[in-house]
Write a protein that binds this ligand. Structure first.
Ligand code: ATP
Length: 199
C-alpha cells in the first residue's frame, strides 16, 4: 500500500488545486520559509482524520480554509484527497486504488468520500486502520514527538503500542457491538412484555 497522490484545493495556503505525486523512493518537499511545506503535512493529517485544530497548527478548524491574500478573496471550502495503491489488497476492498477525500465549508459542513462515494469519517478511519494508517497510527512524526515519546509515562506508551497493534480499532468495534447487543436485548425485553400482555 503506497501513497500515490495528494490533492489539495482551498486548503490553507493552497487556494488553487495542487496535486503532489509521490513516486518510488523518498520524496522531499523543499521551499522558502512560509511557502507551505508544513501545510502539505497538515493536509495529510487532516484527510487521515485529524480532529484537533491544534494538530494542524490552528486555533479553529475553520482556519484551514484558504483565507485570501495577495488580492485574492477567501474561499468558502477546503478539500483534500489522498490516493493509495491497493494492489496488495491490504485494505479489503476490491480496488487497485483507493481515494479518500475530506471537505469542509465555512459554516462547518463536512463531507467525506471513499472512492467517490459519500461516507462517514468513521468509515475512512476504519479503512485506514486496516492499512495501519490513520490519525493515531503515528505515520506523521512531528518535531519534538520522539522526545515526548521518550519521556512518556506508562499509559501513554501503552496507547502508542495499542495503536501500532491495531487494538484501538478492535476496541472501537467491540464497543459498537456491545451497544448493539444492549439495544437488541432491550428490544427483546419489550417484545416479551408485549407478548405477556397479549396472552
Ligand atoms: P517554514 O519553513 O518556516 O516552517 P513552511 O514552508 O513549512 O515554513 P507553512 O507553515 O506550511 O510554511 O505555511 C505558512 C504559510 O501558510 C503562511 O504564509 C500562512 O499565511 C499560510 N497560511 C496558513 N493558513 C492559511 C489560510 N487559511 N489561508 C491562506 N494562507 C494560509
Amino acid at each position: 500500500m503506497k501513497l500515490q497522490r495528494l490533492k489539495m484545493m482551498g486548503f490553507k495556503s493552497f487556494a488553487d488545486s495542487v496535486t503532489i505525486e509521490f513516486n518510488a523512493g523518498i520524496t522531499a518537499i523543499v521551499g522558502p520559509n512560509g511557502s507551505g511545506k508544513s501545510n502539505v503535512v497538515d493536509a495529510l493529517a487532516w484527510v487521515l482524520g485529524a480532529q484537533s485544530p491544534r494538530l494542524m497548527r490552528l486555533a479553529k478548524m475553520e482556519e484551514l480554509i484558504y483565507a485570501g491574500g495577495d488580492g485574492r478573496q477567501p474561499l468558502g471550502r477546503a478539500e483534500v484527497t489522498i490516493e493509495f495503491d491497493n494492489a496488495d489488497q491490504q485494505v479489503a476492498l476490491p480496488m487497485a486504488e483507493i481515494a479518500m477525500s475530506r471537505a469542509m465549508t465555512r459554516n462547518g459542513d463536512a463531507l467525506y468520500r471513499l472512492n467517490g462515494a459519500q461516507c462517514r469519517l468513521v468509515d475512512l478511519v476504519d479503512t485506514l486502520s486496516e492499512a495501519n494508517l490513520g490519525k493515531t497510527q503515528h505515520v506523521i512524526i512531528s518535531q519534538g514527538e520522539i522526545e515526548s515519546l521518550a519521556n512518556a509515562k506508562g499509559d501513554e506508551i501503552r496507547g502508542v503500542l495499542e495503536d501500532a497493534a491495531q487494538v484501538s480499532v478492535l476496541r472501537r468495534r467491540l464497543n459498537q457491538a456491545e451497544r448493539h447487543v444492549e439495544s437488541v436485548t432491550q428490544s427483546l425485553g419489550e417484545v416479551a412484555v408485549k407478548e405477556r400482555e397479549l396472552r
